[in-house]
Design a protein around this ligand. Structure first.
Ligand SMILES: [Zn+2]
Length: 338
C-alpha cells in the first residue's frame, strides 16, 4: 500500500447472532416502549456508526490490554485517576492515555480537556444498514432485499431481473413457487426467472459464510421492503427487575423492538493513513505535533479495529446484552489478530 493513498475504505458484512437493539434513548408510551434507531427518510432500522465505534473501541481496548490500566496521579488537579482507553475517558476525557503508540487512542481518537489536546482518530465508522432481512414464510426462513438496497450496496439490478409489479423474484434454491409466496402475513406472486444471486454475491464480494442465505434470497419492490421489515421486527415484552429485591417491579412491563437474529448488515469503515497526520504528543506541560513512526500504516489501523470487531461476536453491540441481545458476527476479518 503506497503512502500516497490518503485513505482505505473497507466494506464489512455482519450477521446478527442475537436480536440487536440499538435504542433511541427515548421512552415512548404506545405500542412499543423501547424503539430502535432508524434511518430518517427510509425509516429502516440501522446501527449508527457511533454505536459500532463505541463497541469496537471498548473491545480493541480489551484485546490490547488498555481497558483498565494503571492509576495515574494528575498534578493538574491533584487527583488519582484510573486510565482506561475504552469509553469516553471520563467527564473531561482525561482518563484516556493519549499516547502515540496506543492502538485505541490513535485509532478511535481522544480529547483530553484539561490538556487542551485532541486527536480525531484514524478509523471512521459509518452506519450499518440492513442488506438482507430474515422473514418466516411457508417454505421456511427466507431473506428479503430490494433493488434500492442492492443499488446502495453497489449492485445495479439488470433490466431482465426487474420486478413488473407488486411481485417477488426468488433464488433458485426456493424451488418453483407457482402459487406465490408469503412473507409473514403478506402474500405476493412470484415472477418467472430466478433471482441471479451469483451475480449479487460476486458484485458485492459477499463472503461464503452467507451461502445458505444465497439459496433463500427474495427480491421485493422498494416500497414493500420497509413494510416487510417493520412487520417482522422482533417485538417482545419484558419486566424490569428491582435490583434490591430481585422481584419484578410493579407496573414495569415494557415492550421493546429489535432487529431479528439472522439479519445481515453492511457497513463501511474508512482507514486513514497515519503517515498523513501529526499526533499531539505531551512533553511536560507542552503539546508537540509529531509524525507517526514510519512503520505505522493502514494495516496497523485496520488490525486495531478488527481486533475489536472480532469480539462483537461474543460481546455484542447495542443495548440489553445482559438479556441475550446484540451479538454480531463480523465477516471477512483478516486472519490473525486477537
Ligand atoms: Zn490510550
Amino acid at each position: 500500500m503506497s503512502v500516497q493513498n490518503p485513505y482505505l475504505r473497507k466494506i464489512y458484512y455482519g450477521l446478527a447472532l442475537d436480536p440487536i437493539h440499538v435504542g433511541t434513548g427515548g421512552y415512548r408510551l404506545g405500542e412499543v416502549d423501547l424503539t430502535i434507531v432508524r434511518e430518517p427518510g427510509s425509516n429502516l432500522p440501522k446501527i449508527p456508526g457511533s454505536s459500532l465505534a463505541g463497541s469496537a473501541r471498548a473491545y480493541t481496548a480489551m484485546a490490547t490490554n488498555r481497558y483498565r490500566r494503571e492509576k495515574r496521579y494528575d498534578a493538574d488537579d491533584q487527583k488519582i485517576r484510573y486510565i482506561s482507553c475504552a469509553g469516553k475517558g471520563g467527564e473531561d476525557g482525561s482518563e484516556h492515555c493519549g499516547e502515540i503508540d496506543c492502538p485505541v487512542c490513535t485509532t478511535y481518537g481522544f480529547t483530553i480537556g484539561p490538556q487542551n489536546r485532541s486527536f480525531h482518530g484514524l478509523a471512521q465508522f459509518y452506519d450499518a444498514q440492513i442488506l438482507f432481512f430474515p422473514v418466516h414464510s411457508m417454505v421456511g426462513p427466507v431473506w428479503v432485499t430490494s433493488p434500492q438496497v442492492l443499488a446502495e450496496a453497489g449492485y445495479a439490478l439488470p433490466p431482465e431481473q426487474e420486478l413488473t409489479g407488486d411481485t417477488l423474484r426468488v433464488a433458485a434454491g426456493l424451488g418453483s413457487l407457482e402459487q406465490g409466496l408469503n412473507l409473514g402475513w403478506l402474500f405476493l406472486k412470484v415472477e418467472d426467472g430466478d433471482l441471479d444471486t451469483a451475480a449479487i454475491w460476486s458484485a458485492l464480494g459477499l463472503p461464503d459464510d452467507l451461502a445458505r442465505i444465497r439459496e433463500r434470497l427474495v427480491l421485493v419492490p422498494d416500497h414493500i421492503f420497509p413494510i416487510v421489515v417493520d412487520s417482522n421486527l422482533e417485538v417482545r415484552t419484558s419486566v424490569s427487575i428491582d435490583p434490591a429485591t430481585g422481584a419484578a417491579e410493579e407496573g414495569a412491563l415494557f415492550t421493546y423492538e429489535a432487529m431479528p437474529r439472522g439479519t445481515v448488515l453492511r457497513f463501511p469503515i474508512v482507514y486513514h493513513n497515519p503517515q498523513h497526520y501529526l499526533f499531539p504528543v505531551r512533553e511536560g506541560d507542552e503539546t508537540k505535533p509529531v509524525p507517526f513512526p514510519a512503520e505505522r500504516d493502514f494495516a496497523w489501523v485496520q488490525g486495531n479495529v478488527e481486533k475489536g470487531l472480532r469480539l462483537m461476536e461474543y460481546l455484542g453491540v447495542g443495548g440489553m446484552s445482559t438479556r441475550g441481545f446484540g451479538r454480531l458476527r463480523v465477516l471477512g476479518l483478516e486472519e490473525g489478530g486477537a
